[in-house]
Design a protein around this ligand. Structure first.
Ligand code: GCB
Length: 664
């Protein structure tokens, strides 16, 4: 029956996940490490990006694909298929309105020839890695079920060695079924609403409702890889760093999967190719005298210094010596919240940055190198030193670039739109804990990540929120004691049940936009009052984690009216006056909402998406971008040269206009 269509699909998903977890005795998410696939002397990689066969299951119950077992033979034999680019969202690529807003199962398939050397050597382990499949994915290789994963923003993988070795020299068929249905227990949550009034809706009509403000793009959003390791391999590397009187300390812990005796050797290389420290064994500390620290962009003359940690596993097998090599960029730095300050390497850090989205024309949330580089170049132009991954984890390649360029990250999980009472139940909580585990496992080694954010604007005043957030925040701190944890609130301090547990208060508000709209004169007063109230109650440092106003490019109005460029600029200026009164005190950052315009669900409040970007969706600057640029460079000058009187242009000339590519 179609009524239950998407829900049957969704329930089936939940059932399968629970069954799988029960069989494995633990959550899938927790198994093994999740090191980024790399080419090293012992590892090869092949990316499977390009065109895949694609078919959306438009059947009434969305279950035709499972009934007919589309995974058992080539997808094109099941019916008509489309060419679908990977990575990309499937929604905006075609001209089909039904596919744009499709809810349910879509099927991707790709045939791949695995290099003979991979299949002939029983000492080679072949892995299939899917960097992001939104939201629930089931994977088969040559018709054999290999893995499932819940959650659209974090990678998962499967060992497919046996399957590909079974058919050397033949094409292997990879089939991925993906369901984008969001339920009260997914992250982000959503609900399927069934419209039963036959005078208003066709039979079996349903829609997906969500409580977040971005379009629920779906598909294979990031790269799909095949890669190899030896069968005895380095499974995980965890690095934390410290500094003791100029000596950099690199603590390491290596997890190895091997049935044989093994040894581990570690070398730490500097940028000039010199070995600066050596280690042995699975756990230990490397000391780097006079270490070059990892500094944020615009906080130091030589930001983002990265060493390279080379881990070599040597295994004595019956057939001789086998080795596995993995290398990891390491930035030596410390992060601490002390009283009213956020300290990086012991010095106060002020976040002057943006909130972003993974979003663009045509690709939706699909990863695209040109777009990513444009965004980093715009951040540099803007003089931004940080961003929040609102409202879900971003691609691993983006995190790597943040390390490389010194862009500080508040790393947010997909805990956005948690407003339904069902979403506070145990099943949701358990999933939220697993997602934090997956996120920390993936991003723990990035020096750019300085704080975890467990949620954005949940209904944190509801009674169950207290236990819920105490648990999620506590769990995150236990997973990673080296970084502060926050969650982003839009509530009032006296009723917020999550704030007691966070290290930094992050607050979102839209004065003179969603409240008192049109009344620009109240902004300063209201921003000030909010800061004071939050600080009085919690005595914790505060970040203005969102503020802004929509501007439809090309709309001008003076005196300023809502949606005009002048209004957006005026709102920002009023916030800046208020921020300037507090930023030398306990306000430790400001992140504009948003870096660029982005797509949302359709609604009377949205004019083809959210227009609070300071850049258009095509990454062209609005007037507000120039305003922010002037401000950020001014703040950067003050931070970097607090004792010097320099012109606002000083740093900009030094960093941005110079040809020194090393600085960014
Ligand atoms: C918020 C949300 C963000 C929205 C923004 C807005 O508070 O955190 O996701 O897009 O407001 O523009 O309404």
């Amino acid at each position: 029956m179609q009524v239950a269509g998407a829900m049957v699909g969704a329930l089936w998903v939940t059932g399968a996940a629970a069954l799988w977890a029960a069989l494995c005795g633990r959550a899938l998410a927790l198994e093994g490490g999740m090191l980024y696939p790399q080419e090293t002397p012992s590892r090869e990689r092949k990316d499977l990006n390009g065109l895949w066969d694609f078919r959306a299951d438009f059947s009434e119950d969305r279950n035709q694909g499972f009934r007919e077992r589309w995974y058992q033979r080539p997808l094109r034999e099941s019916g008509p298929v489309l060419d679908m680019p990977v990575p990309s969202s499937f929604n905006d690529v075609g001209q089909d309105r039904k596919l744009y807003s499709f809810i349910g199962w879509v099927w991707y398939e790709r045939q791949v020839l695995v290099p003979r050397s991979w299949t002939q050597d029983p000492g080679t382990r072949v892995m299939l890695r899917i960097s992001s499949a939104h939201y629930y994915a089931i994977v088969w290789v040559n018709g054999v079920h290999v893995t499932e994963h819940e959650g659209g923003h974090l990678p998962f993988e499967a060992d497919i060695s046996k399957l590909v070795q079974f058919s050397p020299g033949e094409l292997n068929r990879i089939t991925i079924a993906i369901n984008n249905t969001l339920t009260p227990h997914t992250l982000p949550p959503g609900i399927i609403e069934h419209m039963t009034d036959s005078s208003r809706y066709p039979k079996y009509y349903f829609v997906q409702k969500t409580n977040f403000d971005f379009f629920n793009y779906a598909g294979l959003h990031r790269s799909v890889f095949l890669y190899t390791t030896p069968v005895s391999y380095i499974d995980d590397v965890t690095v934390t760093t410290d500094v003791d009187q100029g000596t950099g300390l690199v603590n390491y812990e290596i997890v190895v999967k091997s049935n044989e005796n093994f040894e581990l050797e570690l070398l730490l290389w500097d940028k000039e190719g010199r070995v600066v420290a050596k280690g042995m064994g699975a756990r230990g500390q490397l000391a780097v005298p006079s270490a070059q620290l990892w500094w944020p962009y615009l906080m130091h003359e030589q930001p983002a210094y990265l060493y390279t940690l080379e881990v070599t596993l040597v295994v004595q097998t019956g057939a001789g010596i086998v080795s596995d090599v993995y290398t990891l960029p390491v930035g030596i730095r410390t992060v601490e919240v002390v009283h009213n300050q956020f300290l990086i390497n012991g010095k106060p850090f002020y976040f002057h940055g943006v909130n972003k989205h993974e979003d663009a024309d045509i690709r939706g949330k699909g990863f695209d190198w040109a777009l990513v580089m444009k965004d980093f170049n715009l951040l540099r132009w803007l003089g931004a030193n940080s961003f929040r991954t609102s409202h879900y984890p971003y691609a691993e390649e983006v995190m790597q670039l943040c390390d490389r360029y010194g862009i500080v990250v508040i790393d947010e999980c997909p805990g956005v739109g948690i407003v339904l009472p069902e979403s506070f139940k145990n099943i949701s909580l358990q999933h939220h804990l697993e997602v934090m585990e997956e996120l920390v496992r993936r991003d723990k080694n990035h020096p750019s990540v300085v704080m975890w954010s467990v949620a954005n604007e949940p209904v944190s005043w509801l009674a169950p929120a207290a236990y819920y957030f105490k648990t999620v925040i506590g769990h995150t701190k236990a997973l990673d004691p080296t970084r502060p944890v926050t969650f982003v609130s839009n509530s009032r301090p006296e009723v917020d049940r999550g704030a007691p547990y966070v290290d930094v208060i992050c607050i979102n508000n839209y004065y003179s936009w969603y409240h008192d709209y049109g009344h620009l004169e109240v902004i300063q007063l209201q921003v000030n009052a909010a800061f004071e109230n939050w600080y009085k109650l919690y005595q914790k440092p505060i970040i203005q984690s969102e503020y802004g106003a929509d501007n439809i490019p090309g709309f001008h109005q003076d005196p300023p009216l809502m949606f005009s460029e002048e209004y957006q600029k005026f709102v920002l200026q009023q916030y800046h006056f208020a921020l300037d009164q507090k930023r030398k005190d306990y306000v430790i950052g400001e992140l504009i909402w948003n870096f660029a315009d982005f797509m949302t669900d359709q609604s009377p409040r949205r004019v083809i998406g959210n227009k609070k970007g300071i850049f258009t969706r095509q990454r062209q600057p609005k007037g507000s971008a120039f305003l922010l640029r002037e401000r950020y460079w001014k703040i950067a000058n003050e931070t970097m040269y607090p004792h010097l009187t320099v012109t606002p242009q000083y740093l900009e000339n030094r960093f941005f206009n110079s040809l020194d590519q090393n600085c960014f």
